[in-house]
Design a protein around this ligand. Structure first.
Ligand code: GLA
Length: 388
């Protein structure tokens, strides 16, 4: 068990198990979404950033066709052959790793004649908090394999490979925000993603310049995207687009909402309204942060939360309480982040107030009889890279 993982400790753990140091260590971060929720699979706009919490992958090539994966948290190796990587062969957390290799094959990498890998993973991305621990695994492994097999794939192609691993091998019908943030993150910047245009542009966030910090409040309410509400919301969006006669909700603007209110049933209308207004909020947030700085985006974050709570209906009482308590204690803005139904909220706060806001949230959770949350600060950080 490794307490504080780093490139060096990951290499050392690999050497303990395999008797030799790895050929290399690669890492990829988790992410926080600043704004733009459930817009990615609607061809829309998203504005996440990579965080300093990462997954490291120590990797060496093998002589045979086996891919063997260990993690610091689960030391027993999971193994699969390059000949049997498909969704029908893999499950559990290692599906994220095998899924990347399977997805490479699906997207045209010739797997015949290649040899496998020994992989050891460590991570300090909290699991199940909505910070994309799974994308961090996928992206670290994809980058390592791209280098070691000398595939020369672009980061854009790696995004699609990692998304396919998530959708096809793991079975979670997600968009590609998480993988884009993890592969394209730039320290101090948000990544303004236009899914339809296939662009991901860094936009300076200036949190430090304005003495601000971004607090993550992990509610510890477990969320699971492979089942349930996430897929149902996605289907509502597709139904809404087709009833409105467009290919995706990206084709609608706020000017179309009166017609949508007439054409759609109430629930579908509210799902559509969330996505359409959220796209507008993302565009506005990127403009405002560039022009007026991060202190001016608070209202947009708050409006995004209200839209998810009331129209998209993916919040839970713990997330609402986290947001309300942060705002009541001076946060400039706050909202739930990620897919919803649990996971984390974020709060943009004055740097000297992190402890105070954290305590207030802990107290409010205790008073409400909720499980104690985990509260910590994150910083916009660099995306995936080779460490050693
Ligand atoms: C999860 C998915 C993303 C995105 C968000 C909601 O994090 O993995 O693709 O859809 O939910 O914005």
């Amino acid at each position: 068990m490794i307490d504080i993982p780093s490139p060096e400790s990951t290499a050392a753990a690999f050497a303990d198990v395999h008797g030799a140091r790895p050929v290399g260590v690669w890492s990829a971060p988790g992410r926080v979404n600043l704004i733009g929720e459930h817009t990615d699979y609607n061809d829309g706009l998203v504005f996440p950033f990579a965080i300093e919490r990462r997954t490291w992958a120590a990797v060496s090539p093998r002589q045979d066709r086996i891919v063997s994966v260990r993690s610091g948290a689960m030391p027993d190796a999971a193994e699969a052959s390059l000949d049997a990587l498909g969704p029908e062969h893999v499950d559990g957390w290692s599906a994220y790793v095998f899924g990347v290799l399977w997805a490479m094959g699906e997207r045209g990498v010739d797997l015949t004649g290649r040899t496998g890998f020994d992989i050891l993973l460590t991570s300090d991305v909290p699991l199940g908090a909505g910070l994309s621990s799974s994308a961090a695994i996928e992206c670290a492994v994809a980058l390592a394999v791209n280098d070691l097999w000398e595939l020369g794939l672009s980061r854009r192609e790696l995004i699609y490979i990692c998304q396919l691993a998530e959708n096809g091998a793991v079975g979670a019908p997600t968009g590609n925000m998480d993988q884009t943030a993890s592969l394209m993150g730039v320290a101090g910047h948000g990544v303004l993603i236009d899914v339809r245009a296939e662009t991901a542009d860094p936009v300076a966030l200036h949190f430090g310049d304005e003495d601000l910090e971004l607090l993550v409040i992990d509610t510890r309410v477990h969320h699971e995207h492979a089942t349930g509400g996430y897929g149902e919301r996605r289907r509502s969006c597709e139904d809404g687009a087709s009833a409105m006669g467009v290919g995706s909700l990206r084709d609608l603007t706020e000017g179309d909402l009166p017609r949508a209110a007439e054409v759609l049933d109430d629930v579908t209308f509210r799902r559509v309204k969330h996505v359409v207004t959220e796209n507008a909020r993302v565009a506005r947030t990127a403009e405002v942060v560039a022009k007026d700085g991060p202190r001016a985006i608070g209202d947009l974050l708050v409006a995004s939360h209200a839209s998810m709570r009331d129209d998209f209906e993916i919040s839970v009482p713990e997330l609402d309480l986290a947001v309300e308590t942060a705002l009541a204690n001076g946060a400039i803005g706050a909202r739930m982040t990620g897919g919803g139904f649990g996971g984390a909220a974020i709060a943009l706060i004055d740097a000297n107030r992190a402890e105070e806001v954290g305590h207030a949230v802990e107290q409010a959770f205790a008073d409400a009889g909720f499980t104690a949350p985990i509260v910590f600060v994150v910083n916009p950080s660099d995306g995936a890279h080779r460490d050693l």
